[in-house]
Design a protein around this ligand. Structure first.
Ligand code: AP5
Length: 214
């Protein structure tokens, strides 16, 4: 199964991708996670990406397309994958089409998650992550039992650098200008499904499973 998760920053793509990954046993390919790892490890890719990410801008298409092409070659992708945060521009979508054609595989569905802006801002500004195990929390919707400490491993929680109010506004603007046109792109290919993602995580997950088939 090959899925694309579309939607504005904070809509819950990563949260749902992890649940789908577990249930359907297919990997989540998050370009955001791959880029953040590269920044953390100060690799040449990370050095290229860091400034864009901190400003809330998109990393250049050719860089991200290269990452995806490499990732598809891994054996874990053989039975499918969830693309979380890719494509994000029309040129990225066109490149993806070409790569899938070359590999002779077919996209099943692009799923567009929709949430209104005020909720997105709360989800992003309230997001906290564990430094140790990566578990995600939200101080407004899913707070840890002890402030700043992970329930699972007692690791320290931190806030992503791009989750400040100013950068969130920029990311939402960039989404509207560069990524939103993908809704029309996949609609015209009759590959688009839309999920109202303003509900709780379990309700959204059930809606997704109904859509994908159990
Ligand atoms: P990326 O990491 O992809 O960030 P994003 O798209 O901005 O999305 P987020 O990870 O912020 O949100 P999400 O939708 O996954 O929500 P989540 O599940 O975490 O990209 C970061 C940067 O990398 C980009 O700005 C860009 O610079 C670069 N980049 C990445 N891909 C690129 C590409 N293809 N091209 C160019 N550049 C690229 O949830 C958010 C919060 O809400 C959490 O706290 C969570 O607990 C909470 N939450 C989730 N679901 C619910 C719910 N149902 N109810 C209440 N709270 C919820």
């Amino acid at each position: 199964m090959i899925l694309i998760f579309l939607g504005a920053p904070g809509v819950g793509k990563g949260t749902q991708a992890k649940l789908i990954m577990k249930k359907y046993q297919i990997p989540q390919i998050s370009t955001g996670d791959i880029l953040r790892d590269a920044v953390r490890n100060n690799t040449p890719l990370g050095q290229k990406a860091q400034d864009y990410m901190n400003k809330g801008l998109l990393v250049p298409d050719e860089v991200v397309i290269g990452i995806i092409e490499e990732r598809f070659k891994e054996s874990s992708c053989k039975s499918g994958f969830i693309l979380d945060g890719f494509p994000r521009t029309i040129p990225q979508a066109e490149s993806l089409d070409k790569v899938l054609d070359k590999l002779d595989i077919r996209l099943d569905q692009a799923i567009n998650f929709e949430v209104e802006k005020e909720i997105l801002i709360k989800r992003l500004s309230g997001r906290r992550l564990c430094k140790n195990c990566g578990q995600m929390y939200n101080i407004y919707f899913n707070a840890p039992s002890r402030e700043g400490i992970c329930d699972q491993c007692e690791g320290e929680l931190f806030q992503r650098k791009d989750d400040t109010l100013e950068t969130i506004q920029e990311r939402l603007h960039v989404y509207q200008v560069q990524t939103e046109p993908l809704i029309e792109y996949y609609q015209s290919k009759k590959k688009l499904a839309t999920i109202a993602a303003d509900k709780d995580q379990d309700t959204i997950f059930n809606q997704l499973c109904n859509l994908l088939g159990n």
